[in-house]
Design a protein around this ligand. Sequence first.
Ligand code: CP3
Length: 367
Amino acid sequence: MLTLKNDTFLRALRGQPTDYTPVWLMRQAGRYLPEYNATRARAGSFMALCKTPELACEVTLQPLERFPLDAAILFSDILTIPDAMRLGLSFQQGEGPRFEKTVRTEADVKALFVPDPADELGYVMDAVRTIRQALDGRVPLIGFAGSPWTLACYMVEGRGGTDFHTIKAMMYQRPDLLHRLLEVNARAVTAYLNAQIEAGAQAIMIFDTWGGVLADGMYQQFSLAYMRRILGNLTPYRMEKDEHGNEHAESVPTILFTKGGAPWLDALSRSGANAVGIDWTMNLAKARQRVGPTCVLQGNLDPMALLTSPAQVREQVVRALDSYGAANTGRGHVFNLGHGISQFTPPEHVSVLVETVHEHSRKLRQS
Ligand code: CP3
């Protein structure tokens, strides 16, 4: 890859050897950084921050200024899609997301539409283009979306923090209606992700935050099936210019993350994604055995391990790398947390994490 100064992350996702294990963190731009809180205050609200490409670009780059991370992730939210479906999204201070309208009846589902990524979601594509320009090839940019099931959880429940009783009742009583909703979401996510790829996203991640609340059998039908369909319909390549201005086709690797997805790891590894994100409940070496040699793994430190001390952070990171390294010299692994970083994380602990991943993984490759 000629346009990138650091392509370690993309090489790892493609299963190629790397000098060290690349690392980025879910929610790496966020409230644990004082500079994020300052930009957010200037924007006025979280959604205003997402909808102003210059500010979204600014906060995307903030963690990269502090830490030598190997990838940037678009600053946005998975709820941009239901917001563009005009469900009236707002974020209550300290409470998480809320929707004015819920999607529960035949008429609600009928009224849904696939938002045009160039129109209702044009601000996201503007952010992707602005960020790519500002990154200037420093590291690759990850684009993302929520899974159809995870988006449906918010659309049906109307807010976060519930026990999912409304959507689960719908799933058991009106599976046909829920399937129609998921169908619209899958088409919306596919168009949205393909537009991000066209705008400049160099890897794609699907966040299935709530897939893990489903019963076995239901997970395959109501979450995995739709993610597989999306993966099968993504643009596999994007054209990138090298330093001579010549165009090259670059593959766009994909990452699938179901939180609590351990029971379905085998199916996830055969979903068509290049990599599977795993949470902290799994052992990396055992996960490697289950997925076989070709599927890349991303994860999986417990984000709460970052709330301890620099020495503890170092110890936990070494432990995670050793557990994987014993299986095969680090190839096919992208270091990450098992879920988003906590807002109470001291930024110095993130420095220790990134430094330890780079240092210790280089050492493991030499031994
Ligand atoms: O990783 C990154 O740096 C990119 C940014 C990113 C955000 N949300 C920013 C954000 C990404 C990838 C997301 C995805 C997202 N959003 C998910 C899937 C990943 C996950 O964490 O499971 C989900 C479920 C959402 C929905 C969402 N957005 C919730 C439930 C909340 C409130 C929870 C909270 O932490 O307050 C948000 C808000 C949100 N999205 C914040 C950030 C930085 C905090 C908002 C603020 O600044 O007040």
